[in-house]
Design a protein around this ligand. Structure first.
Ligand SMILES: C[S@@+](CC[C@H](N)C(=O)[O-])C[C@H]1O[C@@H](n2cnc3c(N)ncnc32)[C@H](O)[C@@H]1O
Length: 286
C-alpha cells in the first residue's frame, strides 16, 4: 500500500535522513504521519521483533488508563512531555470527555510531531502544542503554550510516557524530574512509562535490548533502565517522593488492565503513576 507522505508546513525543519521515534511510533500505531525512512526502520524492527507493534499499543493503552486515573482524582490539567502526534485516543480527547474545561499542554521536540499537532489541535479549546526539548525545563515552563494555559497553583499531571529513555544521563533525569514534579500545585501527579530490560519475562527483556540496539542509529538513541534505577530516579527523591497508585511499579500491560487481565504479555516497559508528596521537614509537608 502506498502511504502518502505527510506534507510539512514550509519552514518546518525536518530531518528526513534519520528515522525518528515519533514517526516510527506513529507508523506502529497505524498512523499516516511518517516518512519512507521511518517505515523502512519500522519494517526492519518488525522483521526481527514482530510484536513491537503490540508494545506500542500496550504503551498507548496505558497512557489512556493513567490519564483516566488522574481525572478520577480530580486533576484537570495535563503537561504531556514528548507527546508525539496526538492521534489514537490522545490525552485531550480523554480529558475533554470527562471535563470539557480540562487543559492539555503538549510538548515535543520533533518538528513533524509539532507541525501535525498544530494542525490537529487548531480550534480545540484548552489545548496547546509547544516545540521544546523537555530537558530545558525553563523553556518548557515559560513557553506561552504552557505558562498561559496551565495554572501552576492547581494540580497538574505531568506525563512523560515512553520518552525518558531518550534522556540518557541519569543525573539529568533525576534533576528534571525534581523540577517538573515541584512546579505545580498540591495533588500533582507524575505518569511515566520507561523501557526496561529487567522485566521477569526473558522475551520482553530481549525485545527491549534489541530495540535499544536498533535505536543507536536513529535520531534519538534510547537507553533502558531497570526497576531499581527508576525507583531511585523517579520515586524516592530527596525533596519529595511519589506516592505510587496501585499496583505500583509494574509493566505497562499490568497497570490496571481494564478487562482484568493484561492485553499482551509484558511489554518490557515499566509504568510509574503517583502523586507528588513533599517530604516532612522540607517546610511543605501536608
Ligand atoms: C515513542 S514517542 C511517545 C509518544 C507518546 N508520549 C506516547 O507514549 O504515546 C516519543 C516522543 O518523545 C519525543 N521526544 C524525544 N526526546 C524528547 C525531548 N528531549 N524533548 C521532547 N520530546 C522528546 C519524540 O519526538 C517522540 O515524539
Amino acid at each position: 500500500m502506498t502511504v502518502p507522505e505527510p506534507a510539512p508546513d514550509p519552514g518546518d525543519e525536518i530531518d528526513l535522513t534519520l528515522p525518528n521515534p515519533a514517526r516510527v511510533y506513529d507508523f506502529m500505531l497505524g498512523g499516516a504521519h511518517n516518512f519512507a525512512t521511518d517505515r523502512e526502520f519500522a519494517e526492519k524492527l518488525l522483521a526481527v521483533l514482530p510484536d513491537t507493534r503490540e508494545v506500542a499499543l500496550a504503551n498507548r493503552a496505558f497512557l489512556g488508563r493513567a490519564v483516566r486515573a488522574c481525572l478520577d482524582r480530580g486533576v484537570r490539567q495535563f503537561l504531556d512531555l514528548g507527546s508525539g502526534i496526538p492521534t489514537a485516543a490522545p490525552v485531550h480527547e480523554i480529558a475533554h470527555r470527562a471535563d470539557p474545561a480540562a487543559r492539555v499542554a503538549y510538548v515535543d521536540v520533533e518538528a513533524v510531531s509539532v507541525a501535525m499537532s498544530r494542525r490537529i489541535l487548531a480550534g480545540v479549546d484548552g489545548t496547546s502544542i509547544t516545540a521544546a526539548d523537555l530537558t530545558d525545563v525553563d523553556a518548557v515552563l515559560t513557553a506561552p503554550g504552557v505558562a498561559d494555559l496551565l495554572d501552576p497553583a492547581e494540580p497538574v499531571a505531568v506525563l512523560a510516557v515512553s520518552v525518558l529513555h531518550f534522556v540518557r544521563d541519569d543525573e539529568l533525569l533525576g534533576t528534571l524530574f525534581d523540577r517538573y514534579a515541584t512546579a505545580f500545585g498540591p495533588g500533582s501527579m507524575l505518569v511515566v512509562s520507561h523501557g526496561s530490560t529487567d522485566v521477569d519475562d526473558p522475551a520482553a527483556a530481549e525485545r527491549m535490548r534489541t530495540i535499544e540496539r536498533f535505536t543507536q542509529d536513529s535520531a534519538q538513541p534510547a537507553r533502558a533502565r531497570d526497576r531499581a534505577q527508576l525507583r531511585h530516579l523517579l520515586v524516592d527523591r530527596t525533596g519529595h517522593r511519589l506516592e505510587l497508585l496501585e499496583p505500583g511499579l509494574v509493566d505497562v500491560s499490568a497497570w490496571r488492565p481494564e478487562d482484568g487481565r493484561p492485553p499482551v504479555g509484558p511489554a518490557g516497559m515499566y509504568a510509574v503513576v503517583g502523586e507528588v508528596v513533599p517530604r516532612r521537614g522540607d517546610g511543605q509537608s501536608r
